[in-house]
Design a protein around this ligand. Structure first.
Ligand code: NAD
Length: 493
């Protein structure tokens, strides 16, 4: 396809549509059609500087003067506009990321709820009036926006994961510079147009497109970025945290996972099998919360594996835009290569392929068959490391203690599930899992009002819920002297 046929996008800086100052551009690929479909600017440090300057200036402009009630009204309007354009945005996400249109349609019709939820908090960011321990003083606190937020998002759910940052940051009164993934840069630009239409002042949301090592790094190193909200791999998250530490910027990190689904002998096996499918094959396994390890009581191992394998083999692979399709391709070439390499290592490490095991020979492209591996060893790569693809590793256990030990024997800690009909065991085990989210007899349910984030190498801080809006505020304490009296200047008191 010639460059002239590609959809031509520009970045959004201070409300203006701009190209990179260098004029550099890159193409984004439709992973199903396997060809470029849009062209976006490749921002360098000078473009990032302009975007951060716009965001910083906007804090001091009309946006900084708005009350929480006024920010709430803007957030509600933005939610309405996203709801109006949900189908159009869903199609764009599918084209850019290869994710199923049926999943993206669901996500896009749900995303407005985040803006409605945080609009409900924008006017409730209250400080406290604190009873003083000194009779001549009164103290109170204010919650102030942290300032310019850098939102760096990956390719697996571009708009949803941006929303998890944008809605609370805007509710708190911050301004934002977004760097979407180079694999899925388009929908952040489209969202910026809706932010403008909703009436947010210029500079409140800016979008710079480009690659991690240049554009992303320039953003994380920028001295005027007060907080970096990042979703992506653990390795990149650690380097982002290093960059932030150099100048003591705040970080909110949502990173990788290797979540476990624990299935006990008394579980409803059909429901558990369905949950296992949802956990690891939905979105072709490309979700941070993928339930990629199945820990199953030895007495039901074969029965449950047979159910999961039967359903995995009936999964319809194909065009992500077709309503009947259940699994699309992987989102990009590096991801396809990573999953293929990890499967080869797993086989070399002695795993047994219960189903799948590699690329789909008929569909070609970036398609990988839904894969179930048994006979794996706890210390091998396929059990310990994030695949971010449709690959399930199955391990048997004999006791509840062993199941918990296995579940927690990972450097990650994002999510997990317990399948049992025993209400005591359900809660007891959930409490002992070292993970930020645990479902009991369910998987892959999230909501705007429930905190989400990881333990250990799965992240720092929480998105969603009331906690998330506080991630974007500083608490200021104000002491007021009430009597006008002077005091000994050489004592603290
Ligand atoms: P990544 O962590 O490399 O990139 C995520 C975002 O960070 C992208 O926007 C990228 O451009 C940017 N980035 C990269 N290097 C940067 C740097 N040095 N400084 C600042 N920003 C930088 O993830 P990816 O390339 O999108 O995917 C790679 C792997 O990450 C996947 O194989 C998968 O295992 C994992 N992943 C995890 C999640 C998750 O939600 N946990 C999401 C996507 C990918």
């Amino acid at each position: 396809m010639s460059t002239a046929q590609l959809d031509h996008y520009q970045m959004v800086i201070n409300g203006a549509r701009v190209d990179a100052r260098s004029g550099a551009r890159f193409d984004t690929l439709d992973p199903y059609a396997q060809r470029p479909w849009a062209s976006v600017p490749d921002a360098d440090a000078a473009d990032v500087d302009a975007a951060v300057a716009a965001a910083k200036a906007a804090l001091r402009g009309p946006w900084g003067e708005l009350t929480g009630f006024q920010r709430a009204a803007l957030l509600r309007r933005l939610g309405d506009l996203i709801a109006r354009d949900a189908q159009r945005l869903a199609r764009l996400e599918t084209r850019d990321s290869g994710k199923l249109l049926r999943e993206m349609s669901g996500q896009l019709s749900y995303i407005p709820q985040w803006f409605y939820y945080y609009s409900g908090l924008a006017d409730k960011l209250e400080g406290a009036a604190i009873p003083s321990d000194k009779p001549n003083f009164f103290a109170y606190t204010r919650r102030e926006p942290v300032g310019v937020v850098a939102a760096i998002v990956p390719w697996n759910s571009p708009l949803l994961l941006l929303t998890w940052k944008l809605a609370p940051a805007l509710a708190a009164g911050c301004t934002v510079v977004v760097k979407p993934s180079d694999h899925t840069p388009v929908t952040a630009i489209e969202l910026a147009a809706l932010v403008e239409e909703a009436g947010f002042p210029p500079g409140v949301l800016n979008v710079v497109t480009g690659f991690g090592p240049a554009t992303g790094k320039a953003l994380t190193a920028h001295p005027d970025v007060a907080k970096i909200a990042f979703t992506g791999s653990t390795a990149t998250g650690i380097s982002v945290a290093h960059a932030a530490a150099d100048r003591l910027a705040g970080v909110l990190l949502e990173l990788g996972g290797k979540s476990a689904q624990l299935v006990f002998a008394d579980a409803d096996l059909d429901a558990a099998a369905n949950g296992v499918i949802a956990g690891v094959f939905a979105a072709s396994g490309q979700t941070c919360m993928a339930g990629a390890r199945l820990l199953v009581h030895r007495s039901i191992h074969d029965e449950l594996v047979a159910k999961v394998v039967a359903r995995a083999e009936s999964i319809t692979l194909g065009d992500p835009a077709e309503p009947a399709t259940e699994m699309g391709p992987l989102a990009n070439a590096p991801q396809f290569e990573k999953v293929s390499a990890m499967l080869a290592t797993a086989l070399a490490d002695g795993a047994t392929v219960a189903t799948g095991g590699g690329p789909d020979p008929e569909l070609g492209g970036f398609f990988v068959r839904p894969t179930v591996l048994t006979g794996v060893t706890p210390s091998t790569e396929i059990v310990c490391e994030e695949v971010f693809g449709p690959v399930l590793a199955v391990l048997p256990f004999d006791t509840e203690e062993e199941a918990i030990e296995l579940a927690n024997s990972t450097r990650y800690g994002l999510a997990g599930a317990v399948w049992t009909k025993d209400i005591h065991r359900g809660h007891r085990v959930a409490h002992q899992l070292r993970a930020g989210t645990v479902w009991i007899n369910a998987y892959r349910t999230v909501g705007p009002n429930v905190p989400f984030g990881g333990y250990n190498h799965s992240g720092l801080g929480r998105e969603n819920g009331i906690e998330a809006v506080y991630e974007y505020t500083e608490t200021k304490s104000i002491w007021v002297e009430l009597t006008g009296a002077t005091r000994d200047p050489f004592t603290i008191g």
